[in-house]
Each structure stands twice: as C-alpha cells, then as structure tokens.
Design a binder for this molecule. Structure first.
Ligand code: BG6
Length: 521
C-alpha cells in the first residue's frame, strides 16, 4: 500500500555508525555454540550460512565460537574449509566477503566422536573450558541438536551426565535447541519432553520451528495485534472460513528414510501448519513475551475439536503422488523415489477440516492442506469473509461477486492483499472484485533475513517467544496422533493424485460438500 522506503536494510544498519544504538540492541552476547551433527546437511545449508550472515551484519560478538561435533575425524582447519564451501554455496549474500569470513572462521572449531560415548562429552566439556579462556566465551553455551531425531534423547542424557547443563560461572547460561520433529507421536513427544526436562529446565529449552522465524509469519502477529481495524471482524460473525495452504512443488529430495517414517501430517501439519493456525486463531496476548504468547497459542490447540472416530472421511483427506509433470519436467511417483517402498502407505498430501471450539470461532471451519509435488510452491493464509448481508446491486453483476478475502502471502511474493468490490467506470452500476495490495519487496526494499538468522539470534539473546513450548508440542501431537491412528485403520488407495495436480480429487469434493472451493493460488 505504501511505496515509501521506511527502514534501512540490516546491512545498512551494520555499516552506518549513526545506527550503532539500533544495532547493539540485538547483538548477541559472547557464547560457544556446539553443533551436534556439525558436518550434516542442516549445518551446511542453514546454520552456518545464517551465522555467517549474522557476522556480516555485525550481530555476533567477536568472541562468538562454534564447536562442530560429528563422527568423521576432521581437523579444525578441515572443518573451516568444509563450512566455507557450504557458506559459499548457500549464503543469501553473494559473493562471500573474505575479511568477514576470515575473522568469523577463526571462531570455528571441531571435535569428532560418537554421540553416545560419555568420554566424548568430557572432551566437549574440556574444549569448552579452553574456549572460555582463549576466546572469552564467558561460560555461555548453546547446544544445537542438528542430528537425526533418534539421537536427541541420548545427547540430552549425556549432556546431563557430563554436567554440561549448567554453566561454569554463576552468571553464565546454557541453552539447548532441538530441531523438529519433536517426537513422532504423542507418546514419544511426552517421553522426549520427559528426558529433556529431567536434565534441563524448560526455560533452557528452545524447540525450533523455522516457520516462526519467517518474517511474514511474525507479521501475522503484527498485522493482527497492532491494527485496531481487524480485531472487531476477526471472528465467527464476519469470517466464513479460513484456508491455510502450504504447497510445495518439490518431492522428498533424497530424504526417503526420514519421509517414509514421517509423511505429510507429521512433517508439516503437526509443526508448521499448526503454528500458523495458532497465530491466526489465538486471542490477543497481554504482552509480547514468550510465555504470554505461547499461553494463547496453546489454548487454540487445546480447543481443536477432536474428530469423531467414525467420521475421519468427513474431516480429512490423504493423498500420495503418482508420476506426473511439473513445470514441463517429468516427476516420478513417490513409490518410485529412491529408498521408498513400492507399496508405501505414506501420505504426501493431507487436507483437514478443523473447528476451534471457543467463543471466537465456534463452527467456523479452518481448512488446512499441504502436499508435495503440487503445481507450485506457495504458502498462504486466506481469510474468507461472509457475504454482505443484503446485495443492493444484484442485477448488475453483484451476485457473481466474490465476498471479501484477506490473503496473507507467507511465501513467495510475500505480502497481504484485500479483495473488495468496486464499481466499474461507466454509466451502469456494474461491479467487479479488485485488490488492495501490500508487497514486502516494494514497501521496505530490504531482503528479509532467513528464519534461522532470527531464531539463532533470539536464542542467544534468551528470547523464546518464537519457539515452541512443551505443552504446545504435546497438544499438536495429541490431535495428530489420533488422526494417524484413524488413518492406520484403513488401507489407502495410493497413488491418488498426479505430480503437478492440486492433490486428490477427493480433496475438491471434500470442500464442495460444504458448498466451498479451494482457492487456486
Ligand atoms: C521442513 C520439512 O520442516 O520444511 C520439509 O521437513 C519442507 O519437508 C520444509 O520441505 C519447507 O520449508 P520452507 O521454509 O521451504 O517452506
């Protein structure tokens, strides 16, 4: 809506000394970050590029140190070389700035060992003490679990046994970041929470969901709670229904062993999509603090109406892609992807109809859909308002008019648009739908930081607002586990959609039965 350039880029803030005050506000304190799974994909594609970007934006202190931990025997120098190649490939700022990399990489170290070997944790402890002395990391520690989830419990236990859950000095802090998936059903999530909580206090635990680090997702909070306009209409009286879509054109990208265990519901719905749902549906929190925000989110998750045992068909659709075409390229069937069982029952598509049983939302459907190998990559929240109660202009095109729609485009083409009716210029009262558009790109003229940049910095600063609390994870699992159990009772007829289609036909019928249609993004 505005074309004005409002804020300088983070890069500009970093090089403009006049903005020193602004920059220092968010600079992390000295600390050592131990990355378990330090040589893995996540470390290379996401963590290291995000840390380098923070260094580039001068948001990391000179003392910031990384200790990579993994099985392969590497020297510190070899680890730095591998990470340089990864940052060169995956950083959002190209080309790499050599002076920044040189000083940042001086803080990278490596230790090899087995995740379940108690001795390895003694070596980590000794190395961290040494780094406190040589690098000035002040005893502050951030443990990042970037390993396969099966290793989470043992790492947590070993950290506890090695006495690494407390810092060496009274004022030092220790935090642990746990990647998703946090468990694979309610039982395992409770067990994992139990293991983590037997060693760490909840305030030390940061369960990461990278969707919460996305600028556009955070903007949902800003949009709802800093504009007086929306609150009066943000409820069952004015909103007909909400559609949340997370569509991906990619398939499972060599992650068969993980995906065969997970599937669409566990991979995306339990985590990212339920977080989006909670942000759209939550009550205004009393302040923007970790627990007040999370208290409201968890209330939404608790209020989701359970699906009656015998009515799964009315509330859910699952799908799996067969072979097809996307963007002019042939895509193999899920069951033909390397590492996938030829008769795999794993879903790559899920659509749900949910109701949130509270005063704000009673009987307002929330439709969620996610799938792999859909026609394009798009994540959006569509708030569909009810029709105007009385149409004055019915004879002049008014009846065909779509009701108001507020569309929050999470990615790509990040922005928000509002659809409303307008008069077409001319002698008759002819109406048409038009859009009022806000686009991040033109309103702010800055590149949004990657989600991991924001989340890593928040964690170093001790701000858990954008991380998932144990009760949120368990509530989301409670719903998803029940659903998975219901699905397991019947054998699915897979594949039931072609790669490149918008999911199974059944998903269209699912909404048609309610007199509605999926939006075509
Ligand atoms: C991950 C899922 O959490 O999110 C992947 O495991 C998915 O399957 C990815 O592709 C999507 O993230 P983004 O940021 O690309 O939307």
């Amino acid at each position: 809506m505005t074309q004005a350039r409002t804020t300088p880029s983070v890069e500009e803030q970093a090089i403009n000394p006049l903005r020193e005050g602004l920059r220092l506000e968010r600079t992390a304190p000295p600390c050592a970050m131990v990355i378990f799974g330090g040589g893995g994909d996540l470390a290379k594609r996401k963590l290291m590029p995000a840390l380098y970007q923070l260094a580039l934006n001068r948001l990391l202190p000179a003392e910031f140190t990384v200790l990579g931990f993994a099985r392969s025997p590497l020297s510190d120098e070899e680890f730095r070389r591998t990470m340089r190649a990864a940052v060169g490939e995956f950083s959002r700022t190209q080309p790499l700035r050599e002076p920044v990399w040189d000083s940042f990489s001086q803080g990278l170290f490596y230790l090899s060992g087995n995740l379940d070997d108690p001795q390895a944790y003694q070596r980590i402890a000794a190395r961290l003490d040494e780094l406190d002395r040589t690098r000035g990391t002040c005893g502050n520690r951030l443990f990042y679990l970037a390993t396969p989830p099966s290793a989470f419990p043992v790492i947590v236990q070993r950290l506890g046994e090695a006495g690494l859950t407390q810092g060496p000095q009274p004022q030092s802090w220790v935090r642990i970041v746990i990647e998703k998936p946090f468990g694979r059903d309610l039982k395992t999530a409770i067990e994992l929470n139990h293991t983590v909580r037997s060693v760490f206090q909840e305030r030390q635990v940061y369960r990461i969901d990278h969707y919460l680090g996305k600028e556009t997702v955070q903007n949902l909070l800003a949009f709802r709670f800093s504009n007086g306009l929306w609150e009066p209409v943000w409820n069952r009286q004015y909103i007909d229904h909400v559609q949340i879509t997370v569509a991906e054109s990619v398939g499972i990208e060599n992650r068969a062993s993980y995906y065969e265990e997970a599937g669409a519901l566990r991979d995306m719905v339990q985590s990212h999509m339920f977080q989006l749902l909670a942000l759209v549906a939550m009550e205004p929190p009393v302040s923007f603090e970790a627990d007040t925000v999370r208290d409201e989110k968890v209330k939404v998750l608790r209020a989701i109406r359970p699906i009656p045992e015998d009515r799964f068909h009315d509330f859910t659709v699952r799908g799996q892609y067969g072979a097809g075409w996307i963007g002019g390229r042939e895509a193999p069937a899920y069951r033909d992807e390397p590492g996938v069982a030829r008769d795999s029952p794993r879903e790559t598509y899920a659509a749900l109809k949910l109701f949130i049983d509270n005063w704000r939302w009673a009987d307002t459907p929330f439709y969620l859909r996610h799938g792999k190998r859909l026609p394009k990559r798009v994540t959006e929240v569509a708030i569909q308002f009810k029709r105007a109660p009385h149409l004055l202009f019915a004879e002049s095109g008014g009846e065909q008019l779509e009701p108001n729609l507020l569309l929050v485009r999470i990615q790509p083409d990040e922005g928000i648009s509002l659809r409303f009716a307008a008069k077409v210029p001319g002698p008759t009262m002819h109406l048409r739908s038009v859009h009022m558009d806000f686009l991040y790109g033109s309103a702010f003229l800055v590149d949004a930081p990657d989600a991991y940049e924001r989340l890593l910095l928040d964690c170093m600063l001790g701000d858990a607002t954008l991380f998932t609390r144990n009760d949120e994870a368990e509530q989301a699992w409670a719903y998803v586990t029940r659903l998975l159990e219901g699905w397991e009772r019947a054998t699915p007829d897979f594949p039931n959609y072609e790669a490149g289609a918008w999911g199974p036909e059944e998903a269209d019928r699912f909404l048609e039965r309610d007199g509605r249609r999926w939006r075509v993004p």
